[in-house]
Design a protein around this ligand. Structure first.
Ligand code: ZN
Ligand code: ZN
Ligand code: ZN
Length: 138
């Protein structure tokens, strides 16, 4: 298990420290995007600042992307294989379920191409859909 985790970090040019391996292992177990507070609670006792630095490093290296779901705290989710340092390709829809309040990556739902007026250049596109997820539809 740990060997596989190290490979994932090495593949993204991240030094596999004990803390980074722990955070990665925790992220792999999640079915939805999680906040820094969720990571902190899941890995108690651990230092919030250290965890924040780990997530920030993962973000810079193309391992996780952060999602603003309007809850006030960014959520983190693992990236698809092809994200690289400084360049993310997470052009999928994010879904916020108003019933279970979970945020998920809908990796199969791609963000449609947005046509911009002349003179406008996009840097990033976010598409957040709110509603009820498959677990919560009665
Ligand atoms: Zn990414
Ligand atoms: Zn739900
Ligand atoms: Zn995502």
């Amino acid at each position: 298990m740990i060997k596989g985790l190290e490979d994932i970090l090495n593949h993204k040019s991240i030094n596999p420290t004990a803390m980074r391996l722990l955070v990665l292992e925790f992220l792999l177990k999640q079915s939805s995007a999680i906040s820094l507070t969720d990571v902190e609670k899941g890995l108690e006792p651990s230092d919030r600042v250290t965890l924040y630095r780990v997530l920030k490093k993962f973000g810079e290296k193309g391992l996780v992307h952060s999602i603003d779901d309007g809850s006030g705290a960014p959520k983190y989710a693992l990236c698809a294989e092809d994200c690289v340092a400084g360049h993310h390709h997470d052009f999928h829809v994010h879904f916020f379920c108003t019933a279970c309040r979970e945020t998920s990556c809908l990796t199969k739902s791609k963000i449609p191409q947005v046509v911009l007026p002349e003179g406008f250049a996009s840097e990033e596109v976010n598409l957040m859909v709110k509603g009820t997820c498959s677990k919560c539809i009665p």
